[in-house]
Structure formats: structure tokens, C-alpha cells
Write a protein that binds this ligand. Structure first.
Ligand SMILES: [Zn+2]
Length: 451
């Protein structure tokens, strides 16, 4: 019997209960049914042995438009996402001007985004000193939750929040039922370590590494656990780098504290020992640490103490990365990688004998849960037909020509990775295929509660 609608078929469809041959029937942009491999919709694209997986959900991206569009903008970021199999992103509230700390700023973001989105984009709001009265309105207008810094953010218009600002804010966010995302490093230890590091050669990576001690992360994580517990709030630690914080997180989760944690591809695939002198493309905060630390991050992911992986794509123009001087202490901290999350994570997972089904937990299902996107992150009836079709066995070398984000400087150039993205679908429509963006922007602005 012929089924009404369009089908996508493969021998390896990643479903919530495992990987198997199936046909996904799509109607009106949603997954209408998951049928047997030989189901016969009106039109079917047969992808053979390629993997069909839910589109990647990246909850940590700095798009920077409006205001710093020369760093990264909606058009370039979302094209790059589509090429990397990312179908939804939540944009961080800082580095754009204005930062997303008021209702008007959120509207400015939405206006700037319209017509430029190749994938779906939603927005985190920001918590900064003095904007407590904006939080409920930001939430009503669709912000998915809130982000704050405990250390200077790198841009003057997004100030760090002290513990007392958090104590004024966290109960309100708990009442609203939205997560607080936190850059977890405390300033005091960093200030003293930075004074010592300033006496050393700024071109050597260990100078930067020493200026951001693990203890600064570990103590911040302890503070966040206390706040989540005391106010029964949901707190999410962004970009965890320090493996010595893991036992505390494990113990807090065991007690039922509502804390979740992400780490990033760079902490999982690069170690401090391999960062060349002067190679400021590798600079981020908290920093990439040593290989022993990296092994513990992988173990924590596998035991679900770390919940998922987000890119923290945070590009800047080459001049700001101080490429000529190679000065780690002055360079902008942020790594560009949006398009490469899937192959980066897969290449390392594959080496460790980890299967593709874990990838979908880390890259799709759990990030969708943090952002409360009930129609995304799984291949399930009723979900949006947001899909990535890729070849896990196919290797490629990262070159700047493939990268669609604005500034091509990334530590991954020249790396051989496994996992070529063949095609990406957004609500059942192909948006990327065989190295090319197909068609005009079809992405939508996502608002919490409506997505
Ligand atoms: Zn970030």
C-alpha cells in the first residue's frame, strides 16, 4: 500500500530504542510514522547504509549579531550548522550588542535573525548585575533560560554576577522553572594565578593553562551545587573542563540535586600537551587541560555525570586571536568549531569503541531536554523531521574551504576526521546536501513554550 507523504529510508536509522533498518514517513514537516524498511511512501529517498540520526542540537553557540556581526552572524553560523548536521541552536546572550539581557534586546536579536536562518535558533537570556526585573519578561517573550558568568566574560557590556547577585536571582528562575547556565570559574584564584603567569612567556601554552587553575572551576561548581540544592533550582554548568570537579557533581546528582553539565569537543579531542607554542586558535576559557584530565571527562560522559556536549562556538576576527604575536594572554578566548562537532566527537568515540547510539544522547536528546524542545532531539512520531544523514566510516581532512562559519581559524584544520555529513533535513525539507546549502533559509526563531 502506498503511504501519503515522503519517506527517508536507510539500513541504519537511529531510533530511541536502537539502530535498525527503517523508513521515516514525513508529513507537514513532522515524523508521521516510523515504518519497516520496505514501506512505500509516495516519494522515498533511499540512503542505503548511511546513518539517519536526529539533527544535532547545539545549546551553546555565540552568533554575535547584531553588534558584532563581523565576528559571526546568523547567516554564516546557520549555514555552517546545516553543513555540520546541526538543525537547532540556542544562542548565547553575550557578544552581540546589545547583549540579550532585556526584552528589547531579545526583540533586536529576533529582528536581526529573521530571514537569515538556515536552521532553527532560539535564545538564552543573560543574568547580569541589575537586570533582575527583566528576567520574567524575557522568559515570557521566549528566552529558553538564562546564562551568567562568575568571572569577567571578555566583553564589558556583559558583567559577571557575584554570589549575592545569584542569590537574588536563582529563586526567581526556580519559580519560572527555567535553567540557569553558568560559566563556572571563580575570579579570586584566577586573579592570583594570572599575576604569576604574567611573569612567564605568553607564547607558551602552559602559561595560559597555569593562569586558569582547575581549583577555580572546582570551587565554582561547589558553589553552584549549593545554590541548586538550597533553592531547588535547575543549574547547568556550561563547558566543564576540570575533571577534578566530577566527583562532586556525581555525588550531588546522587543526592537528587538538579544540576546538569556539558563539556565541549575541544576538551574531549585536544590535550594541552599537543598545543603548539603561539597557536592561539586553541585558546578558550576554561582552558584545554592535559590528556589524563581528558580521559576522565570521557569516563564521566560514559557514566552520565557529564550529560552532553555543546560546541561553545565562539569565533572572533583573526586580529583578535593575536595570530601574529601568538600571545596566549592577550588573544580572544574562544574556539570556532560549530560545523565539526559531530565528526570530532564521533572520531574520538569510535577510537574508544563507543557506539553511535551514545552520540545521539550527547548531541541530540539531552541538549533538547535542557532547552525544553519536546519536538526535537529524537526520531519519534510527532517530532519535527530534523535529520542528519552521514557516513561514519568515511574519513575527510578538515580544510578551511569546507568551513562555512565566518572566520576559518580553528585548531582543527588539517585533522583527519571520520563522519562525513551527506545531507541535512529541517522539518522534512533538505537544507544541505553533498557539500552545498540547498535553497533559501528555512529556519525559524524558536521561543520557549512554542517550540
Ligand atoms: Zn560560551
Amino acid at each position: 500500500m502506498r503511504e501519503d507523504g515522503r519517506g527517508l529510508r536507510s539500513n541504519r536509522v537511529v531510533l530511541p530504542d536502537g539502530i535498525r533498518p527503517a523508513t521515516i514517513l514525513v508529513r507537514d514537516g513532522a515524523i508521521a510514522r516510523i515504518g519497516p524498511h520496505n514501506m512505500a511512501p509516495e516519494r522515498t529517498s533511499d540512503y542505503g547504509d548511511l546513518v539517519i540520526m536526529p539533527g544535532v542540537i547545539d545549546t551553546h553557540v555565540h552568533i554575535n549579531e547584531p553588534g558584532r556581526t563581523e565576528w559571526e552572524g546568523f547567516n554564516t553560523a546557520t549555514m555552517s550548522a546545516a553543513a555540520g548536521g546541526v538543525t537547532a541552536m540556542i544562542d548565547m546572550p553575550l557578544n552581540s550588542i546589545p547583549p540579550t539581557t532585556t526584552r528589547d534586546a531579545l526583540e533586536a536579536k529576533i529582528v536581526a535573525a529573521r530571514g537569515r536562518l538556515h536552521v532553527d535558533v532560539g535564545f538564552w537570556g543573560g543574568v547580569v548585575p541589575g537586570n533582575a526585573n527583566e528576567l520574567a519578561t524575557l522568559h515570557q517573550n521566549g528566552a529558553f533560560g538564562f546564562k551568567c558568568f562568575l568571572v569577567p566574560s571578555g566583553v564589558p557590556e556583559f558583567e559577571a554576577a557575584s554570589e549575592s547577585v545569584l542569590r537574588d536571582t536563582v529563586p526567581e528562575l526556580a519559580r519560572l522553572g527555567v535553567p540557569l547556565l553558568v560559566h563556572a570559574e571563580l575570579p579570586e584564584l584566577i586573579d592570583s594565578a594570572t599575576k604569576v603567569a604574567q611573569e612567564k612567556d605568553p607564547r607558551i601554552y602552559s602559561t595560559w593553562l597555569q593562569s586558569r587553575p582547575q581549583e577555580a572551576e572546582d570551587q565554582a561548581v561547589e558553589l553552584l551545587i549549593r545554590l541548586a540544592e538550597q533553592y531547588r533550582a535547575k543549574i547547568h554548568v556550561v563547558h566543564l573542563s576540570s575533571a577534578t570537579a566530577i566527583p562532586k557533581i556525581r555525588e550531588a546528582k546522587r543526592r537528587g540535586v538538579n544540576i546538569t553539565v556539558e563539556t565541549c569537543p575541544h576538551y574531549l579531542t585536544i590535550n594541552a600537551e599537543e598545543v603548539p607554542d603561539g597557536a592561539t586558535a586553541y585558546k578558550c576559557a576554561p582552558p584545554i587541560r592535559d590528556s589524563a584530565n581528558q580521559r576522565e571527562l570521557w569516563a564521566a560522559l560514559q557514566e552520565n555525570t557529564i550529560d552532553f556536549i555543546a560546541s561553545d562556538h565562539s569565533p572572533a576576527p583573526a586580529e583578535m586571536k593575536c595570530c601574529e604575536t601568538g600571545d596566549f594572554m592577550r588573544a580572544w578566548g574562544g574556539i570556532a568549531s560549530l560545523q565539526l562537532t559531530l565528526p570530532l566527537v564521533w572520531t574520538s568515540a569510535r577510537k574508544r569503541g563507543i557506539g553511535i547510539e551514545h552520540l545521539t544522547d550527547w548531541l541530540c536528546r539531552r541538549p533538547a531536554k535542557l532547552a525544553a524542545l519536546p519536538r526535537k532531539g529524537e526520531i519519534r512520531e510527532g517530532c519535527d523531521a530534523d535529520l542528519v544523514i552521514w557516513n561514519p566510516e568515511d574519513p575527510f581532512e578538515v580544510s578551511s574551504q569546507q568551513l562555512l562559519f565566518r572566520h576559518k581559524l580553528t585548531p582543527y584544520t588539517g585533522r583527519e576526521l571520520f563522519g562525513v555529513v551527506q545531507a541535512t533535513y529541517l522539518r522534512g525539507e533538505q537544507i544541505y546536501c553533498g557539500g552545498k546549502i540547498t535553497g533559501p533559509p528555512k529556519g525559524r526563531v524558536l521561543r520557549r513554550g512554542q517550540a
